[in-house]
Design a binder for this molecule. Structure first.
Ligand SMILES: Nc1ncnc2c1ncn2[C@@H]1O[C@H](COP(=O)(O)OP(=O)(O)OP(=O)(O)O)[C@@H](O)[C@H]1O
Ligand SMILES: [Mg+2]
Length: 383
C-alpha cells in the first residue's frame, strides 16, 4: 500500500534528458509518485483537472505552442487548487510568488534531496494558504439550551488549534458569557465591548483577546448581563470581518435564541455546527429551526448536525432521529459525564487533558472533518 501522505506529482518537461533525470531521482523512494511527464504544455490544464495531482512541476524554459511562463499563468488562472514548482536554470532566475501561481522554484542542477524538500515545502505552504482562504467561520448552535454548545465549542476550537490552525473562539453567549465562567477569567478581563467599533484595527486585538493556555485566543463576552445590550449587530459584523483577516479558523459559542446578533453570527458562518441530543424537545426545535433556516435561504449543506451524547439514546431510535432531521447526522460525540464535568470545572479542555478518551477522539475527528470539508469547498469553488 502507498503511504497515506504520498505526494502525486505531475511534471511538464519537454527535454527528454531532464525528464529522465527526474524519473531517476524519484525511482528509489515512495513518498513522491510520478503520475506522468507531459512534453506538451497545451494538454497540461486538462490533464491536471483529470489527474488531480498534489503538485505540478513546470519547466520555465518549456518550448512549443505554450511556453513555460505562459503555462504557469494559465494554470494559475484556471484556479486548479494545486501548487506549482517552477524548474529553471541559474541564468534564468525566478522568484517564488504564490500570488502569481509560483509556489516554489528549483534550479538546475539539483539533487533528489533538493527536489523532495522543495516539494514538501511547497505543499505545506500551499495548504496553510488554502486554509486561510477557506476562512472557516464555524458557529456552534442549538435551538435548545444546555445541550453542550459551550463544552463542544471550546474543545472543538482547541482541537482545531492543535491541527495547526490559528484559531479564535468567540464567546457568543453574550449575556451570560459562558466561556468567561468556564475559564474563570478575572472579572476585569477585557471583552468584546473593549474593541473600538468605529475603526477597529488588527493592533486592537492584542489587548482585548484572552490568550488561553490551551493555545487559542478567546474573545470574551461582556462581564455583566445587561452590558450585552451595548453591542449592535453592525459592531459584530465589523468584528467578524476583522477576525477573518487575522485568523484561519473562527469558532463561535452561541446562545440558543434567534436574535439580530445571532443572525449575524449565523450568516457569517461557513458551517453551522448544530447540536442535537436524543431528547424530544431538542429534536422538535431542531426541525422547527431547519424550516426557519430554509426560509432565510441557508442551503441545507450549511448546517452540520452533531449528535451530542450519542450513546444516550434514552429510548429514541437512531433512525427516528435521522428521519426527523432528514438525513444522517454528520458528527457524533459520546457522553462522558465525569470527564466533562471535571474538565469544565477546571477550565481545561478535555481534548488536551485526556486526549485518549473517546469523547476527545470524537471532537478531534469533528475538527479534522470540518477542516477537510472547508478545503473541499474552496477547491470546488475554484473549479
Ligand atoms: N458529551 C457530553 N458528555 C457528558 N456531559 C456533557 C456532554 N456535553 C455536555 N455535557 C454537560 O452538559 C451540561 C451543559 O453543557 P454546556 O454548558 O456545554 O451546554 P450549552 O448548550 O452551552 O448550555 P447553554 O444553553 O446554557 O449555553 C454541562 O453540565 C456539561 O458538563
Ligand atoms: Mg453555553
Amino acid at each position: 500500500m502507498p503511504p497515506t501522505d504520498q505526494t502525486r506529482l505531475l511534471v511538464i518537461e519537454d527535454v527528454p534528458q531532464v525528464a529522465q533525470y527526474i524519473r531517476g531521482l524519484l525511482n528509489s523512494q515512495a513518498r513522491v509518485k510520478l503520475l506522468d511527464v507531459l512534453s506538451d504544455g497545451s494538454r497540461a490544464v486538462a490533464t491536471i483537472q483529470e489527474m488531480r495531482p498534489d503538485i505540478v512541476l513546470v519547466d520555465a524554459l518549456l518550448q512549443g505552442r505554450i511556453k513555460g511562463p505562459k503555462l504557469i499563468e494559465q494554470i494559475h488562472e484556471a484556479q486548479l487548487a494545486v501548487p506549482v514548482i517552477v524548474l529553471t536554470v541559474p541564468q534564468n532566475p525566478i522568484e517564488a510568488d504564490p500570488a502569481r501561481g509560483i509556489h516554489g522554484v528549483i534550479s538546475m542542477p539539483f539533487s533528489g534531496f533538493d527536489l523532495m524538500t522543495r516539494i514538501a515545502n511547497a505543499r505545506k505552504e500551499f495548504d496553510v494558504h488554502e486554509a486561510v482562504t477557506s476562512n472557516r467561520v464555524m458557529s456552534v448552535f442549538a435551538p435548545k439550551g444546555g445541550v453542550g454548545k459551550t463544552t463542544i465549542a471550546f474543545n472543538l476550537a482547541v482541537a482545531i488549534g492543535q491541527l495547526g490552525q490559528r484559531t479564535v473562539l468567540i464567546d457568543g453567549s453574550l449575556q451570560f458569557g459562558d466561556l468567561r465562567s468556564l475559564l474563570k477569567v478575572p472579572a476585569d478581563a477585557p471583552s468584546i465591548l473593549d474593541l473600538p467599533t468605529d475603526r477597529i484595527a488588527e493592533s486592537d486585538l492584542g489587548d482585548v483577546l484572552w490568550r488561553d493556555p490551551s493555545g487559542i485566543d478567546i474573545l470574551l463576552a461582556p462581564p455583566r448581563i445587561e452590558m450585552a445590550e451595548m453591542l449592535t449587530a453592525r459592531d459584530v459584523e465589523k468584528i467578524l470581518s476583522l477576525l477573518r483577516r487575522v485568523y484561519e479558523s473562527i469558532v463561535i459559542d452561541m446562545s440558543s435564541s434567534l436574535n439580530d446578533i445571532n443572525l449575524v453570527f449565523l450568516d457569517a458562518s461557513d458551517a453551522i455546527i448544530e447540536i442535537v441530543t436524543y431528547d424530544s424537545t431538542t429534536i422538535h426545535n431542531t426541525v422547527a429551526i431547519a424550516d426557519t433556516f430554509r426560509s432565510i435561504g441557508y442551503p441545507a449543506s450549511k448546517v452540520r448536525y452533531l449528535v451530542n451524547r450519542a450513546d444516550s439514546a434514552g429510548g429514541i431510535e437512531a433512525t427516528s432521529l435521522e428521519q426527523a432531521l432528514g438525513r444522517v447526522p454528520e458528527h457524533r460525540v459520546m457522553s462522558d459525564g465525569k470527564l466533562v464535568i471535571q474538565s469544565n470545572n477546571e477550565g481545561v479542555p478535555f481534548v488536551l487533558a485526556s486526549p485518549d478518551s473517546q469523547i476527545a477522539k470524537d471532537i478531534t475527528r469533528v475538527a479534522a472533518d470540518l477542516l477537510s470539508a472547508g478545503q473541499r469547498a474552496v477547491a470546488a469553488g475554484r473549479s
